[in-house]
Design a protein around this ligand. Structure first.
Ligand code: ADP
Length: 641
């Protein structure tokens, strides 16, 4: 990261430096060019002045006026006409007649020698006492030099050319004459104009006519500089920027890169940590799920939306006889043996659309082709943000076998009960008839005791007949019932009440039926018998000290209706809550309450036949509430024992 930052700052430094060098060099050349143009402009003005006829006439007064005019227009300090010995003949600043310097200026000999423009080095004007530079040309007549004409410029005149269009105040620049004296300087000219340039700078600029170098300025500042020397005047223009400027950019880049890099590093580290943590936690979660799956007793398999297994428990693999790897990617159609693809496709679609968890029975096919009964529960789940189906298959072969055995046992029992009750009644009737015959024929010869015995035998036969009849009724539940159909419970209750009208009237009972009884699915006749038994018992087991009050109501449970028959009778001790539903189980002697103890057994059989259950809640001396459930849609007639 930091290496990258360093690389960034290095490349930024490198590119920045190259760009800056080019800019500096271009600026140096441009500005030097501007100076040369300025000089050329002044030369033109001088050349024009040199042709003045007043010189031919040696009318120096007139020439001075002209020179003064040209000097003003050129922004020059003055224009001086030198004689053949270098003495001043005319100085535009001085009226004619005033004494003028006679010493020839340093460039005089050069002009006389070269016969062309000479740009002086910086010198202190003998009249102005200012640092000046002069442009000097020979005044030629007939191929001979008759004068030297020079135009002097204040060194500050050239300062704007040093400044040029430099883009930043951090830029510095200096114009140096051929003796390396500073003619103009951007920063502190008053301090440095007239001084020699820094030695280090001079070494650099003497190497070639233009170029770039690193050095130290007169102020001691590290600089990056470019220079350009004019072949016309031998002057050199140097433009420079403190090296700090150059470093600032990459430093900023470095800082930015470092900050960015550090940020990036922290971000990456944080992301990595989060990733690692989520990996670890998701690994843990996966491990947990794997453990759960491995130890699930049911055959858990997770399907994707297309019905393909994405995970399965060991028990599921074992159940089907496949290896774990084989099972992954398998399609429902490969093990489903009862449903066609459209059917299980519909189940998956319904579940994914948010259907309630479902449980259904089907058949699965093992790898070896054998088929077995299975109960499957399916539920939609979100796993790693994906919709999946969580399914659990249970091998119900044993249960099915037990159910089948139970069913056949039930059938046999029903058969037995029916046959027994039917067939038993015949000899019973015989016993009763012959006892009656005995009584009629021999009643008069029998003593009191023998007649009592006959009475007991008749009574026993009658009771036995009742019990056989009850048994017959019990065995008929489910076998001879009406088919299941939706029936309004209100109608059932009304029929039961109508059947019990005599008992209700005799007991002056108050029967309350809730207004909102539902319509249930079931066998009409059986349900009437169920309600009739319960309401009948409520009247029979009434408290002798109060009129019976019976309430029939229903409430909705999660998946079933719960019907309640509530009374204010004698109540039942909790010890007997279970026993009273068994066949021929009674809590009272016959002399107290009539009955055989089959009523509640029949009730339980009817309720279970409808797929529900029955129970009692009671407080002895206060009353009882018999409750039973009727599931929605009724139940398969296979239930019950
Ligand atoms: P039976 O009424 O012929 O005795 P049941 O099976 O109908 O047979 O009732 C079994 C026993 O449950 C009854 O003997 C009675 O003791 C008790 N029992 C039934 N219903 C009620 C009730 N509503 N209140 C009090 N006890 C009851």
């Amino acid at each position: 990261m930091w290496l990258f930052a360093a690389y960034l700052s290095y490349t930024s430094f490198d590119t920045g430096r190259r760009e800056l060098e080019q800019t500096l060099l271009a600026a140096a050349k441009t500005q030097m060019g501007a100076i040369e143009r300025e000089i050329a402009g002044k030369e033109s003005a001088l050349t024009a002045l040199a042709t003045s006829p007043s010189l031919d006439r040696r009318d120096f007064a007139a020439f001075r006026v002209q020179a003064e005019q040209v000097a003003r227009q050129a922004g020059a300090v003055n224009i001086v006409l030198l004689g053949m010995n270098g003495e001043q003949v005319v100085n535009s600043l001085r009226p004619i007649g005033q004494p003028l310097p006679t010493e020839p200026p340093p460039f005089f000999a050069k002009v006389m020698e070269s016969h062309r423009l000479v740009v002086s080095d910086l010198f202190i004007g003998p009249v102005t006492h200012q640092p000046l530079v002069s442009l000097a040309i020979p005044v030629m007549r007939d191929g001979r030099v008759i004068h030297v004409l020079c135009l002097s410029l204040d060194a500050t005149h050239l300062a704007p050319f040093v400044h040029g269009d430099t883009p930043s105040i951090s830029w510095v620049g200096a114009l140096m004459d051929s003796t390396d004296t500073i003619v103009a300087r951007r920063r502190e000219p008053e301090k440095y104009v007239g001084q020699k340039g820094a030695a280090e700078v001079l070494t650099a600029i003497h190497a070639q006519p233009s170029g770039v170098f690193e050095s130290t300025s007169l102020e001691g500042t590290k600089i990056l500089a470019a220079f350009s020397r004019s072949p016309l005047c031998g002057w050199t223009l140097v433009v420079a920027v403190p090296r700090a400027v150059l470093e600032a950019k990459p430093r900023r880049a470095l800082l930015l890169s470092l900050a960015g890099g550090t940020g990036l590093f922290l971000f990456t580290a944080l992301s990595a940590w989060l990733l690692w943590r989520s990996f670890v936690s998701s690994e843990r979660a996966r491990e947990r799920s794997r453990l759960l799956l491995q130890h699930a007793s049911d055959g858990v398999h997770i399907l994707d939306t297309t019905g393909m297994i994405i995970e399965a428990s060991d028990s599921f693999c074992h159940m089907l006889g496949y290896g774990h790897d084989e099972v992954i990617g398998m399609d429902v159609g490969q093990w489903e043996a009862r449903m066609i693809p459209d059917e299980w496709g519909a189940i998956i679609a319904r579940q994914l659309q948010g259907g309630e968890a479902i449980t259904f029975e089907t058949r699965h096919r093992r790898k070896n082709g054998s088929v077995f009964d299975a109960e499957v529960s399916c539920q939609r789940l979100k796993l790693d943000n994906h919709q999946v189906l969580y399914c659990a298959s249970r091998d119900i072969t044993e249960r099915k076998r037990a159910e089948a055995t139970l069913k056949s046992a039930n059938r046999e029992l029903e058969q037995f009960a029916y046959i027994a009750s039917h067939d038993l009644r015949e000899p019973l009737r015989m016993i009763s008839s012959y006892i009656a015959l005995l009584g009629r024929r021999y009643g008069e010869v029998l003593n009191e005791e023998a007649r009592d015995f006959l009475g007991f035998a008749t009574e026993g036969a009658k009771r036995m007949d009742r019990m056989v009849l009850d048994l017959l009724e019990f065995s008929r539940v489910g076998r001879m019932s009406d088919p299941f159909a939706p029936v309004p419970l209100e109608e059932i209750v009304a029929t039961a009440i109508a059947n019990l009208k005599v008992a209700i009237d005799e007991n002056a009972a108050e029967i309350t039926v809730a207004a909102d009884l539902p319509t249930v699915t079931g066998s009409h006749g059986e349900l009437v018998r169920l309600l009739q038994n319960l309401i009948g018992n409520a009247l029979k087991y009434r408290d002798p000290n109060r009129s019976p009050v019976v309430t029939i109501s229903a409430r909705r449970d999660e998946r079933a209706w719960v019907v309640a028959v509530d009374d204010n009778g004698i109540g039942i001790a909790p010890d007997y809550f279970e026993r009273i539903f068994d066949i021929f189980q009674r809590l009272h002697t016959r002399d107290k309450y009539e009955g055989t103890g089959i009523g509640l057994a029949v009730c339980r059989r009817i309720v279970e036949y409808h797929g529900g259950r029955i129970w009692v809640e009671s407080n002895p001396g206060i009353g009882s509430t018999f409750l039973f459930t009727l599931p929605d849609g009724g139940a398969t007639p296979d239930h019950g024992a």
